[in-house]
Design a protein around this ligand. Sequence first.
Ligand code: CAA
Length: 247
Amino acid sequence: MTSRIAFVTGGTGGIGTAIVQRLAREGHRVATNYRDAGRAQAWRERMAASGVSVMMVPGDVSDPDASVEMVSAVQKAMDGPIEILVNNAGITRDTTFHKMTYAQWMDVVNTNLNACFNVTRPVIESMRERKWGRIVQISSINGQKGQYGQANYAAAKAGMHGFTISLAQENARFGITVNTVSPGYVGTDMVMAVPDEVRAKIVAQIPVGRLGKPEEIAYAVNFFLADEAAWITGANLAINGGHYMGW
Ligand code: CAA
């Protein structure tokens, strides 16, 4: 397997951590961003203890200028171009739409969707020049089916796949594949923040009968990165324990 430079945004989060660990164990050189220095340091120590070394850059993917700086810092520190990009950073601001503030709408759209522009734009040209690239968006089951209390999040997550399928068409001739992974409810802090009684009802709707594991999402992300996956582009891989089977 060829070792590549991979940038996973939001790598310190629940699903992000599993993606970082998986890609590092596959032999890639992995970088991620962070916003909170204290939390990042603790996370880095946890990664080191698990035998995973990660390059970390400070910065917020919802900020276009900061994103350009992060990409440049990663490429400088790792002495090469980013060949794998996983747009994973995401937040929730759940509330029913009639109570939603403009800030709750914008925070989610900026971090989950606009970040795809902010981070992908500075890496795409070198991927096109080199005629190789892998871009994966981490969307959500709720971008596919909608969710009570998530008009902002569902809109942003659905938009991520619109981004995927356009970028896939534009860059197919350049050896770049662009795909989406849409996780269902995975046992992360984000899902555990859903009120217990609401979460219990959601889990009851999952045919496999449990929340997903972050490693089960990382497995799918890695699948898209192989050279053998060169003909898979513009796909949306739903991984949700059977919770939503629309197509
Ligand atoms: N369908 C129909 N009615 C629903 C409903 C649903 N799915 N969910 C809640 N309601 C009803 C309640 O029964 C309640 O009705 P009554 O007033 O008649 O009792 C009413 O809506 C509550 O409405 P409120 O506007 O007062 O809601 P709230 O402020 O109490 O909280 C909420 C609403 C924040 C949306 C809360 O229900 C919630 O957190 N839901 C979970 C949202 C969710 O799934 N988030 C996913 C987070 S994880 C993630 O996003 C990762 C991923 O990609 C999967």
